[in-house]
Each structure stands twice: as C-alpha cells, then as structure tokens.
Design a protein around this ligand. Structure first.
Ligand SMILES: Cc1cc2nc3c(=O)[nH]c(=O)nc-3n(C[C@H](O)[C@H](O)[C@H](O)COP(=O)(O)O)c2cc1C
Length: 350
C-alpha cells in the first residue's frame, strides 16, 4: 500500500466516482452536488440558502409560518444573491398553502418541498402544473409508493436522528425499508448525516443524495445567533434528544433538540398542566393546547434572539460533528472530499 500524505486531497478519479454516484440527484436538483440544505425555520433564509447554492449544494428556504408576501420577498432576495437553483420548503398545514405554492410558481422557484405531513393532492398538482418539481417526505414504504403515484418527483426519507420534528424510525432502517424498492424517483436521505463517509454509504445503497440540516447551522453565512452556534459547537450527539411526553393522554410531538432550561421547564409545565386537569381546574382540550403552546416562538427566540436557555435548540444527533464555524463552501467541499477519500482508501486497501 502506498503511503499517502495526510493533507493530500482525494484523487480526481475518486471525486469523479462521487460525481457519478450523485449524478441522478444533482441532475434532478440542477446543482453541482446532490446535497440539499435541509430547510430550517429561521436559519434557512436568503444568506444560508444562497451560500449553499453558490457552494454547489442546493439551498432550500424554510417558509415556516411566513405569509405569501413575506415568502415572495425572501425568494426575491435569495435570487438576488445566487443565480443557482434553490428550493422552497412549505409546511403542509399552513392555512395558506395554496397561495404559498402560487407565490413559488410566480417567482419561478423550480423545486417545492412539502413538509410536515402528506401534502394534499391539489397542492402537488398545482405545483407540477405550474412547472415546479415536487419533493415530499416519505415516512414509510407504503406512503413512499403512494406519494410517487400522487406525482412526487423526488422523496426525502428522514430518520429520527434528525433535528427538529421527527418520526420514530432511524435513517438506518428507513434506508433499508425504502431505498431498494423506490427506483422511479430520486430518494434523498436525511437525519444524522455529518460526514461524507455516511453520504457515500447511502449513495451506494441507492440514495440519489443527502439532505443535511444541523451540519450547516454554523456556516459563516448562517444568520443564527452566535449563542445558537456556540451551543451547536459545544453540543454532543447525546445532548440532542427528542421531547419527552409525560402522559399519553396529552400527546407531545417529538422534536429533537439540545437539552436546556426550556426542556426541563417543559417537563414541569406538562406535570403542572396534568395536575390542573386531574384537579378539574382545566378542561382536557384547553390543557392540551396549553402544552402545545409552550414552545410557540421558541425556535425564533433561540436562533434570532440568542436565548439558548429558554428557546428551542432544535438539533440533530450529528451536532457532535459540528466543531467550528466554517464557510458553507468549505463544509460542502469537506463532505464531498470525505466521501471521495473513503472511496479511495477502500480501493487502496483492496
Ligand atoms: C433548527 C432546525 C429547524 C428545522 N426546521 C425545519 C422546517 O422548518 N421544515 C422542515 O421540513 N424541516 C426542518 N428541519 C429539518 C431539516 O430540514 C433536516 O431535514 C434535518 O435537519 C436533517 O437532519 P440533520 O439535522 O441531522 O442533518 C429543521 C432542523 C433543524 C435542526
């Protein structure tokens, strides 16, 4: 085996093989690499999205709770900062979903990602008829097949390792359940991906590319508050835990986040609300709402205001692989180089 200098980048042939493995996903996105920036509410705005697209990845604006005029403004501002393609992530339960789709179409956004539930057929149809490609989240194989039949042009499968709202199944299992069976459309994998070696392994399993959120929070271009970035740099995988539900009568949507004072207070808040319900001081529906409202505005408080004690520090388990602030271009290149170096090392060893 030849000695390879530590600082040598991966050989060109290995980079070319990564390009080949990413070809389908990159062609679908219209980007250099099949790496999607996972939309993150408050974080994925014009600066990070354009930086990712300019770096050869595919930025995605998080619409979150934005109203159509505000989204139009964000899209226009992003278009002013990049001439590369980017997408928009719309939450399906937004009351003005149809208008948001129209806003994307009017601005000639090429890719609409529907998140937070199975999108209504009419929204998929409108997006496609307007010329956009539709990306949907598939939480299980049966739903993946159904979404393809409904017109999804690509799927994201997101494991429970991810930051933010999560399902119950890990990417390791979802990938085995879904990748071998969905060939009709490109499938992007998400959740817990922090290094290129992982991207390589999923590409080899048949994924078209990867969607990554947590790893991009500390991009230099990300407008996340320095306190939020510091929490990510300090955080380890074991600190990024799903919300705990105290009582099955009062369901809590699982959200993976770094533990802080807020997560402790949320447990106390649930306990107190349940106590008030049992004492007959509050109706069940009101108690449920009270629990749901606890986190209202909490992500904004952490990302924008820097309140990392009481705000929500949504983060994936890959947070342990965030070690410093870096330009988006360096993060993307690092991921691609790690994937190519892993290929090259394997070839040298055989
Ligand atoms: C702070 C934060 C906010 C997020 N907000 C959204 C969102 O608004 N819409 C969405 O579809 N996904 C959201 N996600 C999930 C990401 O788009 C992405 O799928 C996820 O981060 C991938 O897992 P990873 O964090 O392990 O890379 C969010 C994730 C984080 C960490």
């Amino acid at each position: 085996m030849d000695a390879v200098p530590q600082d040598a980048g991966p050989p060109d042939w290995a980079l070319a093989e990564i390009d080949a493995l990413m070809a389908r996903g990159a062609a679908f996105l219209g980007s250099r690499y099949a790496i999607m920036g996972g939309a993150m509410s408050w974080v994925s705005e014009r600066h990070l999205v354009s930086a990712l697209s300019n770096a050869g990845a595919f930025g995605v604006i998080a619409c979150g709770a934005m109203e159509p005029p505000r989204l139009a403004e964000e899209i226009a501002a992003t278009q002013a900062m990049t001439d590369k393609p980017f997408g928009v992530n719309l939450i399906t339960m937004h009351p003005r979903l149809d208008q948001l789709v129209q806003t994307c179409l009017e601005a000639k956004v090429g890719h609409i990602v529907f998140a937070g539930g199975i999108p209504p057929g009419a929204a998929i149809k409108a997006a496609k008829e307007g010329g956009a490609k539709v990306v949907c989240f598939a939480p299980a194989l049966a739903l993946a097949k159904k979404l393809v039949r409904s017109g999804a042009d690509a799927l994201v499968i997101e494991g429970s390792e991810a930051g933010g709202h999560i399902g119950p199944v890990s990417l390791n299992v979802l990938a085995q359940e879904i990748l071998p069976h969905i060939r009709e459309v490109p499938v992007f994998v998400a959740g817990g991906i922090g290094r290129g070696e992982a991207i390589l392994s999923y590409l080899e399993m048949g994924a078209a590319g990867a969607q990554i959120g947590t790893r991009f929070v500390c991009a230099t271009e990300s407008i996340a508050h320095p306190n939020f970035k510091r929490a990510f740099i300090r955080g380890a995988a074991r600190d990024a835990l799903p919300t705990v539900q105290l009582d099955e009568r009062f369901p809590v949507i699982p959200v993976r986040a770094l533990q802080n004072e807020g997560t402790k207070r949320f447990l106390e808040h649930q306990a107190e609300t349940i106590r008030r319900y049992l004492a007959g001081e509050v109706e069940k529906a009101a108690a449920q709402l009270d629990i749901e409202h606890f986190w209202a505005g909490a992500l904004r408080r952490a990302v924008i205001d820097g309140d990392v004690e009481n705000g929500s520090l949504m983060a994936g388990q890959s947070v342990g692989m965030v070690t410093r602030e870096q330009p988006a271009r360096d993060i993307v290149q690092e991921l691609v180089n790690q994937a190519a170096s892993a290929l090259a090392a394997r070839r040298r060893a055989s």
